[in-house]
Design a protein around this ligand. Structure first.
Ligand code: ATP
Ligand code: MG
Length: 401
């Protein structure tokens, strides 16, 4: 302000002048934008810190990497999966998502079980692949929300599930029960819920539960409250899949004790496949698969006729033992063990033949046979002991007298 004006004001009695800065509209807008920016950055930083703090135990930020791997592998297998957001509980389950490129078993690796393979192709694989078009046509054509494989041990149930994972254009969650059973109260429910929400985010998805009876066995009065609650929650989430429009999630369970599974669970598994011990023709097919890559001179029809009541895994054991015989033979012709360790091995091993198999049959029996004969032996020895006890006691009594 010029001096002239100051003097003028002083003459009029003005003793104090205050300078007030009035902001223009542009300046005000700039301030608001700055404030919003600072708020946004603070919010982002806070949520990052909170995210880190919330990360599940043992997760050191690997979840993003896992997600990238899952997306890449599924897209390679013909899926169109985009980036998906997950909470900490879903993150903890990411490692149970089996990637198609990790799977090696195909339907060709399974001997026998022709009817099961055919039906699985028609009722699970095909509808899963063409889910969208079938859903538009009729909801009745959608794949079932629950499938059960049951039968004796070693008959190819898990193998079939793996082949489905390889063949189906779907996500496969190999659920380990230990993964959802947390020691912390309330965590189990959140993890069980996460199984279903993650499955829906990655649908079509197969949730595979091996040894289903161990997790979803008959509910008993003696069940811990937490166990009963987990089962009830699982059932209600499972129901949610079918009551809303079809979401492309199948729960596939395996069991060799289907009578131990809760009836409510069985009701939710309308599609059930029995896996029996293989018949003779099926045993030939299985033996052919096992011996496919081994030079051999084996009449698989003959061996199949001699292996009644053998399961697929028993046949595998038989093949292993038979194939080890030519090796043992070759080793026995080498100098003593000390020399073998020093010198380089130069073995000429003959091809395995039917005679090796006949010899191995002396050693390898169906797995249940050993257990059964042990049970019988134990029973009869217990019986013998019990029968001899009263006699001893009466003898003792007599000697006291
Ligand atoms: N039908 C089959 N064809 C080829 N191999 C088989 C077949 N059945 C069983 N096997 C062999 O037996 C092994 C065990 O099979 P698998 O794990 O599928 O049995 P399972 O029915 O799931 O048994 P469990 O009820 O004990 O879990 C397989 O890895 C495979 O080598
Ligand atoms: Mg199994």
């Amino acid at each position: 302000m010029e001096n002239k004006h100051m003097v003028e004001l002083a003459k009029r009695g003005v003793t104090e002048i205050r300078v007030v800065h009035v902001k223009s509209l542009q300046q005000k807008l700039f301030d608001v934008a700055m404030f919003a920016g600072v708020l946004w950055i603070t919010w982002k930083m806070m949520s990052r810190v909170l995210d880190k703090m919330n990360q599940a135990e043992g997760d050191d930020g690997r979840s993003d990497e896992l997600k990238k791997k899952i997306i890449k592998s599924l897209n390679k297998a013909g899926r169109k999966i985009k980036w998906f957001h997950t909470n900490t509980y879903e993150d903890a389950l990411l490692e149970y998502v089996t990637l198609p490129n990790q799977m090696t078993i195909t339907f060709d690796d399974i001997g026998g079980l022709g009817e099961q393979k055919q039906s699985i192709r028609e009722t699970i694989l095909l509808p899963l692949k063409h889910m969208d078009s079938l859903r538009q046509y009729s909801a009745l054509l959608c794949p079932p929300t629950g499938v059960l494989f049951y039968g004796p041990p070693g008959t190819g149930k898990t193998l079939m599930a793996k082949a489905i994972a390889k063949t189906a254009a779907s996500t496969f969650i190999y659920l380990k029960i230990s993964a959802v059973m947390s020691k912390w109260y309330g965590e189990t429910s959140k993890l069980i819920t996460a199984v279903f929400t993650l499955a829906q985010k990655l649908a079509p998805t197969i949730i595979f539960i091996d040894e289903l009876d161990a997790f979803l066995g008959k509910r008993r009065m003696t069940d811990q409250t937490a166990d009963a609650h987990s089962k009830a929650l699982f059932l209600s989430l499972w129901d949610g899949l079918s009551t809303t429009h079809y979401q492309g999630v199948i729960v596939l369970g395996c069991s060799n004790r289907p009578y131990e599974i809760d009836e409510a669970i069985l009701r939710r598994m309308p599609r059930q496949y029995q896996f029996d011990l293989p018949e003779e023709v099926e045993r030939t097919e299985i033996l052919d698969i096992f011996l496919n890559e081994t030079l051999n001179n084996v009449d698989t029809n003959l061996i199949a006729s001699k292996t009644e009541a053998f399961s697929g895994s028993d046949l595998r054991e038989l093949c292993k033992v038979a194939c080890s015989l030519p090796l043992q033979e070759a080793l026995s012709q080498l100098p003593p063990e000390e020399d073998m360790l020093r010198n380089q091995l130069d073995l000429s091993i003959r091809v395995v033949n039917s005679q090796d198999f006949v010899q191995s049959l002396q050693k390898v029996k169906p797995s249940w046979v050993n257990a059964e004969s042990y049970r019988k032996e134990k029973l009869s020895s217990d019986l013998r002991k019990r029968n001899s006890q009263p006699q001893n006691e009466s003898e003792e009594e007599e000697s006291i007298d």
